[in-house]
Design a protein around this ligand. Structure first.
Ligand SMILES: *Cc1c(COP(=O)(O)O)cnc(C)c1O
Length: 396
């Protein structure tokens, strides 16, 4: 137990849960639980300067994370990825202060490493022996990887048309992999069955409270790397939306302890045209999304037809004055190529989607020339050979 964790709180019904015992969803209303910290004590226990002197991984922020016993931390060097200025690309659109957070450089080639490192460390601290999760692809690889490093058995279910590379990495890390005819939602049903039958710990997105804490470090790092100044906007490619909820919480916690000040950045969510339930709910001013039928996109991380934390994503976007928009696979492919050719950045299609979004938002007058914008590249192109081929085939 982190010295600073006080409770697990349900954001829907406010019911508190004991953080010393293993928890999944809120026992009253089945919502995701969020970790609360004693920020007053945290503020006096650690300083920006101390953190800046530590090893450059996400665990430099350990006081903001839920693992108390440092010997339980399972780390492969995840986090503290570079924040690269890509204004050489965006200047053509009149934007001179745009950075890309390159989370493709994480272990397993995606930012899922952050969630897996935190989630597996916490599972280890609890003495959990087997975890199970459905995945659209990269989360399976990351949890299989960190499970292997921790000696925890990992059971993964993924759509049988999930990228071959994700299937291979799960097997190579020694995970138990089940392929399912359908989407991540169908893989979820398969996993639920295994959990009932074998008592595995349910590590599905937002069904365990700690993965989001790992992703929170994205927001902490952005603030530190910008010299503890907040940008004007952060653009994020949302599937389940865990990353954006994490960033939102990180920035609010930093503001609460006085390490940053002023308005929070506008949080902007990007989805694929073939699977955009959050965008639809945002446009229709709904508090939650509806299941998106026939979800299709080559950006497999965005192929989430209905997210458990959708209400939190929509709240984050609305409270910060952000927006939500969908881009086409063709635009993702075009931006993959642009990032590679012009900046030497090998971005996953999900990450490339955020650059396509920036181009559109500038055209629509929703991002201005003097604004500081951070986009998140959530994965490496190396995990997407088909998208690479598409980026090469497409006309610029
Ligand atoms: C999982 C994933 C996403 C979406 O992340 P969420 O936290 O589910 O919104 C985006 N990009 C890549 C590369 C991913 O693997």
């Amino acid at each position: 137990m982190s010295a600073f964790v006080t409770a697990l709180i349900c954001p829907r019904c406010q019911l508190q849960h004991d953080p010393q015992t293993i928890q999944n969803l809120c026992v009253a209303c089945q919502s995701p639980l969020l970790v609360e910290y004693d920020l007053d004590r945290l503020r006096t226990a650690v300083s920006k300067e101390t953190i800046s002197e530590r090893t450059p991984t996400m665990w430099r922020y350990r006081e903001f994370l839920p693992v108390g016993d440092p010997t339980q931390i399972v780390s492969l060097g995840e986090g503290f990825t570079p924040l690269l200025n890509i204004s050489s690309i965006t200047r053509a659109w009149g934007l001179t202060q745009v950075w890309l957070k390159d989370d493709g450089l994480n272990p397993t080639g995606s930012f899922k490493a952050r969630g897996a490192s935190c989630g597996i460390s916490k599972a280890k601290e609890f003495g959990i022996r087997a975890v199970a999760l459905p995945t659209a692809g990269n989360a399976g690889g990351a949890w299989a990887c960190y499970g292997a490093a921790a000696g925890i058995r990992v059971h993964v279910a993924m759509p049988k048309d999930a990228p071959a590379i994700n299937q291979l990495e799960c097997r190579l890390y020694g995970a138990d992999l089940q392929l399912v005819d359908g989407l991540i939602s169908d893989a979820g049903k398969k996993i639920a069955q295994g959990i009932r039958e074998h008592g595995w710990f349910d590590a599905a997105t937002l069904k365990e409270p700690y993965r989001i804490e790992g992703k929170k470090t994205l927001g902490l790092e952005i603030a530190e790397q910008l010299g503890w100044q907040l940008p004007d906007a952060i653009v994020y490619p949302a599937g389940g939306g865990v990353g954006i909820i994490g960033i939102w919480r990180a920035l609010k916690q930093l503001r609460a302890i006085g390490w940053v000040s002023g308005k929070l950045p506008r949080l902007i969510v990007v989805q694929a045209e073939g699977c955009a339930p959050l965008v639809k709910a945002f446009e229709e001013q709904q508090p939650e999304s509806e299941f998106w039928p026939n979800a299709r996109t080559f950006a497999s991380g965005l192929r989430v037809p209905k997210a458990l934390g959708d209400f939190l994503v929509l709240q984050a976007v609305r409270e910060t004055g952000g927006t939500a928009l969908a881009v086409s696979d063709a635009d993702c492919a075009r931006m993959m190529r642009l990032l590679a050719e012009r900046a030497g950045i090998f971005a996953a299609p999900e990450g490339a989607a955020t650059l396509a979004a920036v181009e559109r938002l500038q055209e629509e007058g929703k991002i201005f020339s003097d604004e500081r914008v951070v986009i998140i590249n959530t994965g490496s192109a190396l995990k997407y050979p088909e998208a690479m081929a598409e980026a090469l085939a497409g006309q610029m």
